[in-house]
Design a protein around this ligand. Sequence first.
Ligand code: ADP
Ligand code: MG
Length: 694
Amino acid sequence: MYITDIYAESSFNDEAIKEYLSEESFKKLKSTIDSAIPLDSEIADEVAEAMKKWAVSKGATHFSHWFQPLNEMTAEKHDAFLSFDKDGSAIMEFSGKELIKGESDASSFPSGGLRATFEARGYTAWDCTSPAFVKDKTLYIPTIFCSYTGEALDKKTPLLRSMEALNREALRVLRHLGDNETTKVTTTVGPEQEYFLIDRELYEKRLDLLLCGRTLFGSPPPKGQEMDDHYYGRLRLRISDYMHELDRELWSLGVSAKTKHNEVAPAQHELACIFNTANIACDQNQITMESMRTVAKRKGLACLLHEKPFKGVSGSGKHVNWSISTDTGMNILSPGKNPAENQTFLLFMAAMISGIDKYQDLLRFSCSGASNDVRLGGDEAPPTVISIFLGDELCDIYEAIENASEVTKKNSDNVNMGVSSLPSFKKDTTDRNRTSPCAFTGNKFEFRMLGSSSSISRPSFIINTIMAEELSIISDRLDKATGDKKEEINSIIREIIKEHKRILYNGNNYSEEWRIEAEKRGLLNLPTTVDAIEALTKEKNIKLLSKHEILSESEIASRYEINLEMYSKVINIESLTMQEMAEKSIIPAVESYCGKLARDISAVLKVGGKMKSSEDKLTLICHNLSGASSSLSELCELHKNASKTDNFVEKAHLYKDTVIPAMEKLRAYCDTLEKLVPKSEWPFPDYTDLMYRV
Ligand code: ADP
Ligand code: MG
């Protein structure tokens, strides 16, 4: 197969637009897309007609405004291209108005008080910067989603706004650096998506997987990930067959699936796309997650995008690779051959360093969520403390600038394997760091904190905004500078490093040593979503987001409420699921096994025999069974108390501080019981079945 033959065949990309639109309208549309000027309403009809013709040729009968509300989902409503002409005959129609704006009675999307149900009108508006696509007989049109009063109710709007803010502020700094050619700066993002694949039949036998996307019970299998034999391991046939079909589907939709491999945990895999403009990367990641699920279903598999489907093995993240590039083709975070002399690079990096240090809390918030709480800080996941890995070479350069000393230039050596038939190759100037939440990886930052199920929008728009702010401070200062600009820039860098170097750490972020060191340095540690979300109530953050017009005060307040409510809802469902599984499956199964065991023991006793080990086992099981029963009652009580609490802040705290510990207690008893009871008596598939029988 030639990938190029099918690539983007279902995407209304430039090529398709060119084919279906007049040259003049194409130019107008392109300049709208490239320079963020409003779309000429006259050509909207023409674009709609072209889009419809193209979509129909791809088998579409419907169109849908496709948006990303403030839950972890995408939303769509399908309308047929159906209309009647004057004579009452059916025709296929799609107008510019229908393309640009949609209206929906969207009162059941989370709005966090922004929209009372009596004014439930919401609007969707076409985002022409992200290509429309055809899937399953429907033309999908990427849109933003806002309230009747114009407040953003989605994830796309702040991202788009932040890209504009960063463009504006980056251009100002570039001018100060003597760059007069660049006219546009874009945020580029390349997400790496981790996921688990398990057998569908087994998946359907577990209520926790069905309802919560993760296991709430389960004792560790005899073999975990300690052999390191899954990471980059050979792809089993069933998995590689799945991956082929997924690639094909993604390619045809114009999603640039590039790298795939087995990940650290058994049954865990990864897919990375080639980076793209942040907004498009964000949409494409949503498409990727959806295709992962649907292809899995077709193949008799279940794709788990939850951050921590299994206790005790690595969870799934979504690494957000982030950089900024200019329309002149420069990647601003590329240090070039001589980083010490590259002021543009050093200044932008310094902006990043100060921004991340100042807004640790916002960045931490951007990766929060009940499901990621289970992952962060455990088995091979970044800790909940933000720091930056720069690598030795860059740290040396900044240290030299800080001390106004000479940079000792390190030439990277060749790697020679001592086998003459093997090529000798130049090694990178620094090694990688896989433990840092924000690692500089040579020409981009890799943010490793985000969870696998989340949209990349939140961290992307937060990083963009932080950068825009730091760059604006730098420009404000350079605007006023009278002396030598180069010198002034060096002073800025020096001051930033002096003030913010505490955020730099090249060591092992998973170590206890770092936990202690980070605390000494006064870095924030916000262990859970409930802690992290307070970032949205801090004056400095509200100021930041409203200054750059990313989110208004009311939009921030709504997100505060929505995120806390979402948190409580997730824990609520998990707790109820646990209660049901324990009460209806686990406890009855163990009781019935105990009965059987007791009968066997007494039968043997009757004939004068003895079953000592079984008696001991029965005692142990009964002990854990009564522990399970009492912790179940405790959980029910605490749950009732939390769920009936009205105040959403108090409620989230109750779930975190009372319900979660009770869930853990119940789980511990049940997981012990699972080990004591024969496999045939256990009411659902165990970890070995789930992780090893794909
Ligand atoms: P690794 O697992 O080694 O970190 P991958 O190849 O899996 O690397 O993923 C690297 C990701 O970074 C890819 O999605 C790639 O497209 C992306 N990337 C590369 N350059 C940039 C850039 N300039 N801006 C944003 N993302 C980038
Ligand atoms: Mg990778």
